[in-house]
Write a protein that binds this ligand. Structure first.
Ligand SMILES: [Zn+2]
Ligand SMILES: [Zn+2]
Length: 334
């Protein structure tokens, strides 16, 4: 793009200064500044022929030729003006083309500033010059990096936008997939645990309380789920930790949590339900010793546990957590 600045004095000595980024340098133009007084060809405004004559004051040295497009090649017009000593050539577009400009090709006319401007702009200057106004013109490189910068930025922004969008979509897809996966895994685990709990519940000892049973006589015995004391005739479930609860109270609880509400012992572990290879065993008398093992390892030490109501929760924990091993060790001993 070429910046075109014109200035002239009106009759009342007021100076008019007009400026626009409306010129286009020719393909073979030198990309430099040029300035001077605008001169029109005598007669034909198109400035064709090898030696067109220009209407100009020979005392005003730098001058700019303003010619109309048409009749001959751009090169011919430019060379004609160049031969006459013009500092630059401005070609304005044909009538009816509005302010449209083209990127002139003039490979035979180089070494001079040559630009094209729109018809309206050209005609406006022509009228001023014909009326005897001295129009000074400055041609300069328009917005320095103009088109190139615009294109560069457009590419840069497009690529940046694309990368950001792609990254966001990838992230979103990844997060969604991850969530979906963990949700499914969680559901599967829940389902498995529930079915194991059902199995475990079936193996728990169930008793019907009779009049005179310790649980019905003492107020210190009550179901921790419903906080009611036991009455004769009620059905209770005995957990692996020997804690008893109403059968109707404890079963929904165990389905959900799989642990004793009193001591948190895990009935799945205690019954060995989570290790499907273990053979199911009928309820036996509570084991009197427990064997602590490391996974897959040898028995390490034995802890005698004679009192199931031992106040030490640690020993409870050991024993219940390893109920499955208890039975194994018992079986091995027998
Ligand atoms: Zn209850
Ligand atoms: Zn318990």
């Amino acid at each position: 793009m070429a910046m075109v600045e014109i200035s002239y004095d009106k009759r009342n000595n007021e100076t008019v200064d007009k400026y626009c980024d409306c010129g286009v340098y020719g393909r073979n133009s030198i990309l430099e500044k040029a300035s001077g007084v605008v001169a029109l060809p005598k007669g034909d405004p198109k400035g064709c022929g090898s030696d067109p004559v220009y209407n100009r004051n020979s005392s005003s040295p730098p001058w700019i030729a303003l010619v109309k497009r048409g009749n001959c090649t751009f090169s011919e017009k430019i060379n004609g003006a160049k031969r006459q000593g013009a500092a630059g050539v401005v070609v304005y577009n044909m009538d009816g083309s509005g302010n449209h400009t083209t990127h002139m090709a003039h490979s035979d006319a180089t070494g001079i500033v040559a630009i094209m401007i729109g018809n309206f702009q050209g005609m406006e200057i022509v009228r001023l010059v014909i009326n005897g106004t001295d129009v000074r013109m400055l041609i300069d490189l328009g917005s320095p990096h103009g088109l190139w910068m615009d294109t560069y930025w457009l590419y840069f922004l497009s690529i940046a936008f694309f990368i950001v969008t792609a990254a966001s979509i990838t992230y979103f897809v990844f997060i969604s997939a991850n969530r979906l996966y963990s949700l499914n895994a969680h559901r599967r685990t829940e389902r498995k645990l529930k079915s194991e709990a059902t199995k475990a519940i079936r193996r728990l000892q169930v008793r019907k309380l009779k009049t005179g049973d310790e649980e019905t006589t003492s107020d210190s015995h009550m179901c921790a789920v419903c906080i009611e004391s036991y009455k004769a005739g009620e059905v209770v479930t005995v957990l692996t930790c020997d804690h008893i609860f109403h059968k109707a109270c404890i079963e929904p609880w165990l389905l959900q949590r799989r642990t004793c509400p009193m001591c948190k012992c895990d009935i799945l572990k205690a019954l060995g339900v989570d290790e499907e290879t273990k053979e199911s065993l009928s309820a036996e008398s509570p084991p009197e010793v427990t064997v602590i093992t490391v996974t897959g390892g040898e028995p390490m030490y034995e802890v005698p546990l004679t009192d199931p109501e031992s106040p030490d929760p640690e020993s409870h924990q050991h024993r219940y957590d390893n109920g499955a091993f208890d039975r194994d060790s018992m079986a091995g001993r027998r």
